[in-house]
Write a protein that binds this ligand. Structure first.
Ligand code: HEM
Length: 449
């Protein structure tokens, strides 16, 4: 049976050297023009398929989701985490249990001394998640070579011990306090400790699940923080497209007024802000080549064979600007595309993009992320007007709209400076008051350090 079309490779190593490890999604988009929505590659014997249209990605990952449920092996990352990293775990019973257990939020505490430790953790994970940067991921037989032949293996074993012991300490402390009734503050760990038996999870699994989720929502500037990367793209888009800011300000003034901050209760009445969140995520997805899915059985699609074990990469970048879905202006930043002609959201159940991935491995943090982005964007625009910084002669300095930075997995805006201007006099005191209330709330919590 034929494989989908794709670029010709060289003998043995196939298309290994045609894979662009820096910004592969731009190469995928070019290949879409040449070969169509499914592009086949052979990476030193490992089959790989790039999915470049929404239809193909949804047909396979959503409609046949129970087959496209597995992950490709990131071997060094697997060893560093004792294969406890839910996002890259194979579709085992352990993964199922962890996914089922996720319903709360990771605790965030400004005084938590673990912040430095978590920075190291997310840095390490970020380095190991770049698909092509370690040979062992492409040539898995290297995994079984002795330890002295691979530094990656020695580092992985050492780091696994450090991370596990810290995560276990963090989890077991909460668990002890939950059992003795001293931990009163609701948190993800408290819920997990209470329901651990029901979920059938070991202490180490609970500790890793909590640690990884804490990492995903972690408030740092490291590459791993998808929410803060998306916020950086939001600010970038506001200085590039001032008209969108004018529309957002108009909506906030009309719905919220100027005497109080926006809240979650306003969400239904702020469709333009919701559309803005969707458009930032669509226009500049933080993981533009997604996370690969791997089928557990051979599959046939449109006359092509997709062998089990094939690395299937959803090109989120291409799919988010598929002209068949978004029309000819798909490359432009236009929040209005998510609204009908009465200014209401076109379809509340539809994200309007595929930035959170697909099927049974879709991002479990997406509601948390959407809510966080909504409230941050609403509050920033309620109080501020964002403008590009000016040079000494008063000229605006603004990066080119197409500029971007990447390490192969995550997409960031280039460095840029802004001026943030209070929109009205009372804004400052309203923000200050809200801040004081939150700080009081944190300070009355029991000391958790
Ligand atoms: C703007 C923010 C975020 C973006 C763009 C994002 C994107 C993604 C993507 C593309 C995947 C892979 C989906 C697939 O395989 O098709 C994923 C998985 C995942 N995300 Fe997120 N994410 C975000 C925020 C978060 C947050 C805040 C959390 C935690 C609270 C989180 C937890 C997870 C987990 C645990 C998985 C792995 C699911 C699995 O493999 O079964 N994410 N995310």
């Amino acid at each position: 049976d034929p494989c989908p079309p794709g670029p010709r490779g060289i003998p043995v190593l196939g298309n290994l050297f045609q894979l662009d490890n820096v910004k592969p999604w731009h190469t995928f988009a070019k290949w879409k023009e040449l070969y169509g929505p499914m592009v086949y590659l052979n990476i030193a014997g490992q089959p790989m398929i790039i999915l470049n249209s929404r239809k193909v990605a949804e047909d396979l990952f959503d409609r046949r989701g129970s087959n496209y449920i597995d992950r490709h092996r990131f071997i060094a990352l697997e060893k560093t985490t004792g294969d406890s990293f839910i996002s890259i775990m194979s579709s085992t019973e352990r993964w199922r249990k962890m996914r089922r257990a996720i319903y709360g939020l990771p605790p965030l505490d400004l005084h938590d001394p673990t912040i430095g430790f978590m920075n190291d953790f997310v840095d390490c994970i970020g380095r190991l998640s770049v698909p092509g940067n370690l040979l062992v991921n492409m040539l898995p037989f290297l995994e079984h070579f002795p330890r002295w032949t691979g530094k990656w293996k020695r580092d992985a074993e050492k780091n696994y011990k450090i991370f596990t012991s810290k995560f276990e300490n963090m989890f077991l402390r909460i668990k002890d306090e939950t059992v003795t009734g001293t931990e009163q503050h609701p948190s993800f760990c408290v819920n997990l400790a209470k329901d651990q038996k029901q979920h059938g999870m070991s202490d180490t699994d609970c500790a890793w699940l909590a640690g990884v989720l804490y990492g995903a929502g972690h408030e740092t500037v490291t590459i791993f923080n998808l929410t803060s990367t998306t916020m950086a793209w939001f600010i970038f888009s506001m200085i590039q497209f001032p008209q969108a800011q004018v529309c957002a300000h108009e909506e906030l003034d009309r719905v919220v007024g100027q005497s109080r901050l926006p809240s979650f209760a306003d969400i239904k009445h702020l469709p333009y802000i919701q559309a803005l969140v969707k458009e930032v995520l669509r226009w500049r997805p933080a993981i533009p080549a997604g996370v690969p899915h791997v089928p557990i059985q051979d599959d046939y699609y449109e006359g092509y064979l997709i062998r089990k074990g094939t690395i299937c990469i959803p090109s989120i970048w291409s799919i988010n600007r598929d002209p068949e879905v978004y029309g000819s202006d798909a490359n432009e930043f236009r929040p209005e595309r998510h609204l009908d002609n009465k200014g209401r959201l076109k379809d509340e159940s539809n994200e309007g993009h595929v930035t959170y991935g697909f099927g049974q491995r879709i991002c479990v943090g997406r509601h948390f992320a959407n809510n966080g982005l909504f409230i941050q964007i609403a509050m920033i625009l309620w109080a501020l007007r964002l403008e590009p910084a000016k040079d000494n002669n008063g000229n605006l300095i603004k990066p080119s709209v197409d500029d971007e930075r990447s390490d192969g997995t995550f997409l960031h805006p280039p460095p840029f400076q802004i001026n943030a201007i209070m929109r009205f006099e009372e804004a400052e005191s309203v923000v200050q008051q809200a801040r004081d209330e939150i700080m009081e709330g944190i300070l009355v919590r029991p000391d958790v350090s």
